[in-house]
Design a protein around this ligand. Structure first.
Ligand SMILES: [Zn+2]
Length: 161
């Protein structure tokens, strides 16, 4: 059905018309913007409805809006990491204000999720053992861990344990 409705959206909302001729100095290779593959998700009667959905989807952060020649687009990126391939946008035609379209990239989330604490599992279990045996002072815990064959966490990691 809805195959490739390739839109030519302009993602360079910000200064990109940079054709200054810096003689000699090679400008660093401009980050190639990946051509994103959008697929249609849903359409709404109003922008608000679409925004409500995005809010409830709980994965997105508003990243700005831009215009194409005939549409306006609200851009959203992954809330974990900006550069994640998973993005979505809400767009509506400027002439036809009655139909708001929500689209997502076909790419799945590829952000690297950040672990809650940086303490390794093996270390954690040793800390638990220490806590159980009554060692609760961070200093003592760290010292005991150093004698073991585990990765010793930093003090801050320990306090968030
Ligand atoms: Zn993501």
């Amino acid at each position: 059905m809805a195959g490739k409705n390739s839109q030519t959206l302009n993602f360079d909302s910000e200064s990109s018309g940079d054709e200054s001729n810096n003689s000699g100095i090679e400008t660093q290779p401009a980050k190639r913007r990946r051509i994103l593959d959008w697929h249609y998700v849903k359409s709404y009667c109003t922008k608000q409805e679409a925004e409500e959905f995005i809010k409830s989807d709980n994965q997105w952060v508003y990243k700005g809006r831009y215009h194409t020649s005939d549409a306006e687009v609200l851009n959203y990126v992954c809330r974990s990491v900006d550069s994640c391939s998973s993005k979505c946008h809400v767009m509506w035609l400027l002439l036809d204000n009655t139909s708001v379209i929500l689209e997502k990239t076909t790419d799945k989330h590829d952000h690297v999720s950040i672990p809650k604490t940086g303490i390794e599992a093996a270390t954690k279990s040793e800390i638990k053992k220490l806590l159980n045996s009554g060692v609760t002072q961070p200093k003592l815990i760290l010292r005991s861990l150093m004698g073991l064959d585990v990765k010793v966490p930093t003090k801050t990691q320990l306090t968030t344990f």
